[in-house]
Design a protein around this ligand. Structure first.
Ligand SMILES: [Zn+2]
Length: 352
């Protein structure tokens, strides 16, 4: 990894130096010659002396001075918050100390060494097993691919973590930050527990998440993964930003996620399925609903135009509508929902 980092780092430092020297000499030359610096150039090319002169002689320059006074107020110079050089310096990534070290020091016992396996015996429940190891049921659920949370079988092997928390198998697009967010855990603790030497994580790698908690939606998602019946969803719009998340909002449940995009952005089917609704739906505005396998349904609201019909089968990625601001909407965005057997779940657990 350092082999890759070093040339890139040098390049960035080099560019930063050129910009620093360039802007430095610009400032010196301009200051030496007594010219105004580029941000001091006033509207119409005036400078401070000109303004003072104008103010002194305003009486015969203009009979009505109210407009002029308003202008001088606007022209007043505000220093930039940070100089260009400082901003460039901030943008240069620091080469981490860890990457420079030759070999990570191996601790004799890692957290993984403390993970136990429990073989279910007659009469046991997830609750009694959790109590036995001083963890909670969610920790067992969060570290085992269980096909049911109600029944376990005699002889079934369960992973028992040495602490309350979960495990997470790294998926495409995950970062340590997004994983920590998802489970309400700490990035530092994840790094420490898994003895990571950098922030780089590999798809498919299983991480221990101490203190990690499972939302109801996440429990449901894991159940479906274990049962092998979860559709893969893609983000229905490209670009934009999340303007509102799933969950309680102003004392009401927000059943989806709002993706702020400009009007007319193509809205794509998040997974293949059959269109069950396509038209005006009150506060949803122009709404498309697609039914997927295993009780899943996706909803796309506030569109400006719909391009599919009820009963039509769409493939993942097909354009089904163009985003808009119809219905009960306070700005252009796509309101996107994922429902499982009618119950809304957090779409951000399924899309990136
Ligand atoms: Zn919304």
């Amino acid at each position: 990894m350092p082999d890759k980092l070093r040339p890139k780092g040098l390049l960035i430092v080099g560019i930063a130096l050129i910009i620093l020297l360039g802007s430095g000499s610009y400032l010196v030359v301009r200051a030496f010659l007594g010219y105004p610096l580029f941000w001091e150039n006033n509207i119409g090319g005036g400078n401070e002396e000109d303004l003072l002169y104008l103010l002194d002689n305003m009486d015969y320059l203009a009979s009505d001075t109210s407009d002029f006074v308003a202008d001088t107020a606007r022209i007043s110079y505000t220093p930039p918050a940070a100089s260009a050089a400082e901003r460039i310096e901030d943008a240069v990534p620091e080469v981490s100390q860890a990457a420079e070290e030759e070999e990570p020091v191996q601790t004799p016992l890692s957290a993984w060494d403390l993970v136990k396996v429990h073989v279910v015996e007659k009469g046991e429940s997830l609750w009694s097993i959790a109590r036995k190891y001083d963890i909670d049921v969610d920790t067992i659920i969060g570290s085992n691919e269980l096909k049911s949370y109600d029944t376990i079988n005699i002889g079934q092997k369960l992973t028992i973590l040495p602490f309350k928390g979960v495990t997470h198998k790294v998926e495409k697009g995950d970062s340590l930050w997004s994983i920590a967010q998802r489970y309400g855990a700490s990035v530092d603790e994840i790094i420490e527990t898994n003895e990571l030497v950098s922030q780089n994580i590999q798809v498919g790698q299983t991480l221990l998440i101490p203190g990690g908690k499972l939302s109801e939606a996440e429990k449901e998602r894991r159940l479906l993964i274990a049962r092998g019946g979860i559709p893969e969803f893609i983000r229905p719009v490209s670009g934009g930003w999340i303007s509102s998340r799933f969950g309680m909002r102003w004392g009401k449940m927000h059943q989806g996620v709002d993706l702020a995009v400009s009007i007319g952005t193509p809205v794509k089917a998040a997974a293949s399925g059959t269109v069950t609704q396509a038209g005006n739906a009150g506060s949803y505005g122009l709404l498309v609903i697609i039914k997927h396998a295993n009780g899943y349904e996706t909803r796309y609201a506030h569109n400006s135009r719909i391009t599919v019909k009820v009963g039509q089968y769409v493939k993942q990625g097909d354009i089904i509508a163009y985003s808009g601001n119809t219905g009960n909407s306070t700005g252009p965005h796509l309101h996107f929902e994922i429902r499982v057997n009618g119950k809304a779940v957090d779409p951000l657990n399924f899309i990136k």
